[in-house]
Structure formats: structure tokens, C-alpha cells
Design a protein around this ligand. Sequence first.
Ligand SMILES: [Zn+2]
Length: 363
Amino acid sequence: MATALVYEERCLAHDNGSMVLDPVAASWLDVPHAEGAARVARAHAVLERSGVAGRLERLAARPAEPGELLLVHGADHVGRMRRACERREQAWVGPGARVGADSWEPALLAAGGAVAALEWVLGAPGRRAYALLRPPGHHASAEEAMGFCIFNNVAVAAARARQLGLARVAIVDWDVHHGNGTEDVFAADPSVLFVSLHQDDFYPQGRGRVGDRGRDEGLGATVNVPLPPGSGDEVYLRAVDQVVVPALDAFAPELVLISAGQDAAASDPLGRMSVTSEGFRAMTDRLCAWAAGNCEGRVLAVQEGGYSVDHMPFCVLATVEALAGLEPALAADPIELDVPEGLREIEIAAIESARQAAGLAAG
Ligand SMILES: [Zn+2]
């Protein structure tokens, strides 16, 4: 089993500005944007210092080719993003999405790096990879940047996999926010299964409801699992066992892509969930086990959100260790987390509702 890591320092140059929108207030508070360079840089440092990175193949990111972006995005969107970046100043390019003076190269590298990782994974059976890049992608639709996302990196990788001849591809999105951009890109496409575990009616509001199942020929190839705020490891693993894995069984993808956001972590400043690093490890283990038995082991995880700079790196570590089949470098989460135990009725009901809406048999 070979596992690769794509990390690219040039992605650190993308600057979202400040989370504080009032410019006067922002000038009083010197705190970087949540989707800042520190998150992936620190995750990479933890992978290096723990010795895990040294046991992985290292792949270089490369800028996405125009033709690769156009597999997902309209030429208008690509042109608009390029022109906004060429102005080389902080600018809004969509709801909740900004570019800074040096954002164009990172945006191309985040998408192209995901494609480079995909092409490596498809190069031989049993290959897995993690693309630790930014900006993230899953809120970006064909024609709109949104929610810190410029191009939809995981969607570009999925579309490229289809172009390379795979008949069916699955995207499992466990970022705490709904992957509305990815859902929109593939809503009518029966060849791409999109399964999202997310905080119920959180961001974007009104998206990711259990009844949203795709449209036209793609009807049924979208599966939404909205979960109550506070959901922790047991809830997520139950959702994986009772909805995600049965959906994969029914769809029979030839590749599993993961939209790997760690903002469902108990520590996250943006999410309201309670997942620990062990939860991310266990979810990754289950998807890798499914892939090993059903699609030659092919799994590619693409970085989405995850904003706690002292916990997100350890959640990435656990995910990468699971991908690589490595023993944990740490016995437990190294920071104190106050997480619930057991399952609440509301959580069991949410999973059951999603399972029934997706037409999946009881596990
Ligand atoms: Zn997110």
C-alpha cells in the first residue's frame, strides 16, 4: 500500500484578509483570517515532525491546466477569477470569498495539486493520497466562488477521473459545512455520487437537506446527511456505517474521493460539532477498508476546511496515518476536548431519516 502527500508552500501566499469585516475594527485586532496559511503549514509541520511525512511518497503540486478547470467551471468564472487576482489587491469574488494580491497561483495549485494526486492514485492499484493544499473548494460552483473557495478542487479531480475513463466516482464530504458547490456541479450527473455529512442547516443555510437527492439523470446520486449540532465520533461513525457505506455499496464507485474538512472537530472555531482526531481516523479507516474491498484501494483525500490551529493539524495527522495504514504516533488527542459520549435520540433519528430518504436498506 503506497500513500502520497501533496503539499505546496506556494499555497500559503493566498491571503483572505481578516475575518473582521469592519476595516476600522480589523485594524484594532491583529488576527489572521481563519482560512489562513497557518492551518495547512502547521498540519504539514506536524506530519514532518511526527515522522509520518517521511514515510509517504511526496508529490509535487502543479498548476491546473485551463482545460482541467473547464471540466467543472465555466470560462466566465475562470476569467473573472483571473482578472480579480491580476488586480493584485484584496477583493470579494463571491459570497464569503476573497482573493488577495497573490491568490492566483495558490488557486491553480490547489486544483492542479488535487489532479496530480488523482493521476498518481490511478497509476497503480492500492494507492492513496492526501492533498494538503489551499484555498479549499467545496463551496465553489461552476460559476461562483463562495465561502473561502475559488475553484472546486475535489470536483475538478472527480471530473478528471471521469475523463481518464473511470465510470463512477464517489465524493464523501465530511467538512462541517455542506458542500453545496460540489453538489451543484454533479447534481444531474449519474456518474458521480456525492455524499455529505454536515451540520444541519448551517452553511449555506437551507442546503444539504435529506430530500435533496440530485436531479434529472443524477437523481439519487446525491445523499445528504444533516446532523445535529454537537454530534461527535459515535454519530459520525454511525452515519458512515448506516448511510455512507451502504451508498457506496449501491453505487459501486471505482474511486473514493474525500472532501476532508476538519471543521467538524470539537475544537473548531467555525463548526459546532464534537469530532476528535480518533473520529477522523476511524472514518478514514472505514472508507479505506471499503475501497480495499471494492475499488482497488483507491482513495484521495482533498483538504477542505478545518480552522483550529492547535487541533486541526492532529486531525490531519490521524487521517493521513489511517490512509497510510500507520500506527498512531499519539495515543490520544493531545489537547483537552470536552466531548459528549453516547448517542442522543435526535442524532439517531437524523441518521435514520437520511438513510430512508436515500432509499438505503437498514444496516
Ligand atoms: Zn467547512
